[in-house]
Structures are given as C-alpha cells and as structure tokens.
Design a protein around this ligand. Structure first.
Ligand code: COA
Length: 230
C-alpha cells in the first residue's frame, strides 16, 4: 500500500503493508517501509528511509530519525528518542518506567531513553529506561543496559559491561598502537581515545554519511576477526 494520503502531513511517500495500523496524525518520511502487523500511534515521527520489520510498535510521540532499521518484534515506547542510522535488533526490549505497578498510573512520568546516531542494540537485549546509548555504541545480543553507554563502546552481558571499543562498521577495535590509534579492520578508519571514555573517528566526521562504496559489507565478520588474529 504505497501511501501519499492524509496519514502523513508532510505528504511524503512511504510504504505500509495492508496489515499495519497507522494512526493519525503522525509523520512518516519518504521511502520508509512498514511491514506486517506494525502499529504506528498518533504523534509519532518517523524519518526517511527507515524499515520497521514485522510486529513493530511505535508509541505516541516517539521520535525516530532517518535510516533507522528496526527488526521484528520491537516496541518503541513513549519517551524514546532514536537518532539517525540506529539498528534495533530483533526482539530487543526498550522500557519507559523504572518501577512499574499495575495499580499506579505513571503516564506523565515516562523516562527518556536516547539512542544516538549509528548505535546498535543486539537481538533480545534490554535497555532499562532513562539511559543514553552513545553514538555508534554496540549493545551485544542479550545484554541488559543499566547505565549510559559512551560513544563507540562495545557492551556485553547482564548487566552490560564495557568490554572494548567498536568501529562505525561494527568491528571491535584492537588495542591502540604507539600513536594511540585503533584501526578498523574493515574500513581502515582510525579511531583514537581522545579523553577518558571518549573515542573519536579521525577519518570521518560523525555526522557525515559513509561514502557509498564503504556502506556495503563484503567480508564476513569471522574472516575479519581471523585476519586480525593472523
Ligand atoms: C558483540 C558480538 C559481535 C561479539 O561477537 P564476537 O566478537 O564473535 O565474540 P566472540 O565469539 O569472539 O566471543 C568473545 C567472548 O564473549 C562471549 N560473548 C560473545 N557474544 C556474547 C554476548 N552476546 N553476550 C555475552 N557474551 C558473549 C563469548 O562467549 C566469548 O567468551 P569467552 O572468551 O569466555 O569464550 C556478538 O556477540 C553480538 O552480540 N552480535 C550481535 C548479533 C545480533 O544481535 N544481531 C542482530 C541482527 S540479526
């Protein structure tokens, strides 16, 4: 069901499968695809070129940036802000009340969770509300996030612990060389710890899109890891 209809005040064209419910008013950007059994609630704002897989729910007032990929069975609750280029893995869980009780209404007390540009939340991970997940951070599958995560941090386990740094391409970074640089095995981009818990890419502005030729994977993760360990 391609749509240019009144669902979308910005009059952009997006695709929503016939089985999806799109409440009005809401905003959905151009070229976004919304697949089977999704529900987008009113006042949600979804950017351009996003994909909402099967059974994704986007609650009232949620803000989602451009090029966000949300895998099957994810509920994005009110209070969540998702920046551009975020990946939410299948069946990951976001939350918006720290101390829910069925008897107590806390609709005005939803906590804010911010998932910053380029971050990945792995399959079946849980994010306890009120946290900020930094740019290009990587939450591994099944982790439970209970603290803010620095940019480019790789976190793992329950509770999620910071175990290393990861590149924009999702490749764990090696120990720094003599110049303090960590080179991504896939892209060759150099990263540097410029302050405690502050990694920056030295070769591309964080806001800049990846050059198209660097935006398609060609080497399996396992092969890259094998190459690194010789
Ligand atoms: C973070 C990730 C990339 C790490 O993978 P990896 O580099 O191959 O890690 P390894 O297999 O080398 O494992 C290193 C250690 O961490 C452990 N480990 C790996 N993944 C783990 C996870 N998700 N949670 C807890 N521990 C994990 C391994 O058991 C191993 O422990 P050991 O040293 O005691 O044996 C991967 O675990 C992950 O979560 N990927 C996300 C997958 C996903 O959700 N995809 C969604 C789209 S389909």
């Amino acid at each position: 069901m391609p749509s240019t209809d009144s669902h979308n005040p910005t009059d952009c064209e997006y695709f929503a499968h016939d089985s999806a419910f799109i409440d009005v008013p809401c905003e959905i950007g151009q070229a976004t695809k919304i697949w089977h059994f999704c529900h987008v609630m009113k006042h949600a704002r979804i950017g351009q070129n996003c994909i909402l897989g099967q059974n994704v729910s986007v609650a009232q007032g949620v803000v989602i940036g451009n090029n966000v990929k949300i895998q099957n069975n994810v509920s994005v609750y009110t209070g969540t802000v998702i920046e551009d280029d975020v990946f939410l893995g299948p069946s990951c869980v976001l939350t918006n009340v720290a101390n829910p009780r069925a008897q107590i209404v806390r609709h005005s007390l939803y906590e804010k969770t911010v998932i910053r540009r380029g971050a990945t939340v792995g399959a079946n991970a849980t994010v306890v509300c009120g946290r900020t997940l930094g740019r290009y951070c990587f939450v591994s599958a099944g982790a439970v996030v209970t603290k803010d995560i620095p940019d480019y941090a790789l976190v793992m386990g329950v509770p999620a612990r910071h175990v290393g740094w990861v590149s924009r391409h999702g490749i764990p970074l090696p120990d720094p060389d003599a110049d303090g640089l960590m080179v991504c095995a896939e892209s060759g981009f150099r990263y540097k710890l410029v302050a405690p818990a502050t990694v920056r890419c030295m070769d591309l502005e964080e806001e800049a899109p990846l050059p198209p030729e660097m935006a398609t994977g060609s080497i399996l993760y396992r092969e890259l890891k094998r190459g690194r360990s010789g």
